[in-house]
Design a protein around this ligand. Structure first.
Ligand code: PLP
Length: 302
C-alpha cells in the first residue's frame, strides 16, 4: 500500500482557489519524502554495480545524510558521510541528525568548509577512494539523473486536475522530476530554500520542459535561516491542518504559496498542489538552536 495521499487544506481563500498537499513525508518512517524518491534508482544502480559502500556529502543537519544512513543500512550497504564542518567531531552528541546517522551505521569524515567545496572534483574523489576503498558516489543532496528519474514518480494520474504544482528547491533534483512528469498545461513553481542564482542552470541540466519558474522571495535570509514569523506560521499551520512542515524547506514553500495567494498571484479557480517533500527529522535539531536563541520552538512534530 502506498502511504502517500493528497490532503485538502482547509484555508478559505478568495476567488475559489483550492490548495491540496501531497503527503510525500509519509512515504517512509525514516527515509523522508523526496530523499526516498532520489535514492530509489541510485540504490538499484549501486547493487547492479556490485558496490557495497555508499559515500555521500552533507551538512550537519542534512535530511539527505539521515536518509542515506537509514536506507543504506536497510539495504545492506556500508555508508560513509563526508560532513561539512571540521569543528563537529566533538559535537555529534548535540546533533540529532548525526546521532541518528551514526546509530544507523554511518561512518563520518568531517572536513573543513574549504575542502567541502571540492566535493565534485575528480582529484578529491580519488583521494576519498584511496582512503575508503571503492564506493558508489551519491552527490550532495542526492541529485543526479537517477534521482530525477525517481522524482518523476511523485506525480500520478490523479494529479492531472491541478493547475499549479509547488515545491521547495535545494539542489533542484526534485523540481526537475516534477517538471518532466507534469502535463504541458501545468505550471511548476519552485521555492528555493537558499540564496543564489545558480539554481536555474542546475535545473536546466535535468528538466526537459519550460513550464516552470523559481520564486526566490521566500528563503528567509538563506539556507537554514528562520525567524519568529516563520516559526509562528509553521505552528499555526499545524494547528489548523494537522500537517507538520519542516523549517528548512516545506515551511518556507507553503508560507510563500499562501503569501502569493493573498497577493493575487494565482488566477481565480486555480487548483494548487503542494509537494510535502518531508524533512521532519530536522525539527529536533532546529529546536535545539531555537532554544539557544530563546525563540519559541516548533511544536508540530508529535
Ligand atoms: C532535500 C530536500 C528538498 C530539496 O530537494 P532538491 O531535490 O535538492 O531540490 C526539499 N524538501 C525537503 C524536505 C528536503 O529534505
Amino acid at each position: 500500500m502506498n502511504p502517500v495521499f493528497n490532503q485538502p487544506i482547509n484555508i478559505q481563500f478568495p476567488k475559489d482557489i483550492s490548495m491540496t498537499i501531497k503527503r510525500e513525508d509519509l512515504i517512509h518512517p525514516f527515509v523522508s519524502g523526496n530523499k526516498f524518491r532520489k535514492l530509489k534508482y541510485n540504490l538499484l544502480q549501486a547493487k547492479a554495480e556490485n558496490k557495497t559502500t555508499l559515500l555521500t556529502f552533507g551538512g550537519a543537519f542534512s535530511n539527505h545524510i539521515a536518509a542515506v544512513a537509514y536506507a543504506g543500512k536497510e539495504q545492506g550497504f556500508k555508508t560513509i558521510g563526508i560532513i561539512r564542518g571540521d569543528e563537529l567531531p566533538n559535537k555529534i552528541n548535540e546533533n540529532p541528525t548525526l546521532i541518528f546517522a551514526q546509530e544507523n551505521g554511518m561512518q563520518f569524515e568531517f572536513i573543513s568548509r574549504e575542502e567541502y567545496r571540492l566535493k565534485s572534483e575528480k582529484s578529491f574523489l580519488e583521494k576519498l577512494k584511496a582512503k575508503f576503498g571503492d564506493f558508489y558516489l551519491i552527490p550532495e543532496g542526492g541529485t543526479n539523473e537517477l534521482a530525477v528519474k525517481g522524482c518523476e514518480e511523485i506525480l500520478t494520474d490523479e494529479d492531472s486536475v491541478f493547475d499549479y504544482i509547488c515545491c521547495a528547491v535545494g539542489t533542484g533534483g526534485t523540481i526537475s522530476g516534477l517538471i518532466n512528469s507534469a502535463l504541458p498545461n501545468q505550471k511548476i513553481l519552485g521555492f528555493p530554500a537558499l540564496k543564489g542564482n545558480f539554481l536555474n542552470d542546475e535545473i536546466r541540466i535535468f528538466a526537459k520542459k519550460d513550464n516552470w519558474i523559481l520564486i526566490s522571495d521566500y528563503h528567509f535570509g538563506g539556507y537554514g535561516k528562520i525567524n519568529l514569523e516563520l516559526i509562528e506560521f509553521i505552528n499555526a499551520f499545524f494547528e489548523e491542518n494537522k500537517v507538520p512542515l519542516d523549517p528548512i524547506y516545506t515551511g518556507k514553500m507553503v508560507f510563500g504559496v499562501i503569501d502569493l495567494i493573498r497577493k493575487n498571484y494565482f488566477p481565480a479557480n486555480s487548483k494548487i498542489l503542494l509537494i510535502h517533500s518531508g524533512g521532519l527529522q530536522g525539527i529536533e535539531g532546529m529546536n535545539i538552536k531555537l532554544k539557544e536563541k530563546k525563540l519559541p520552538i516548533l511544536n508540530n512534530n508529535d
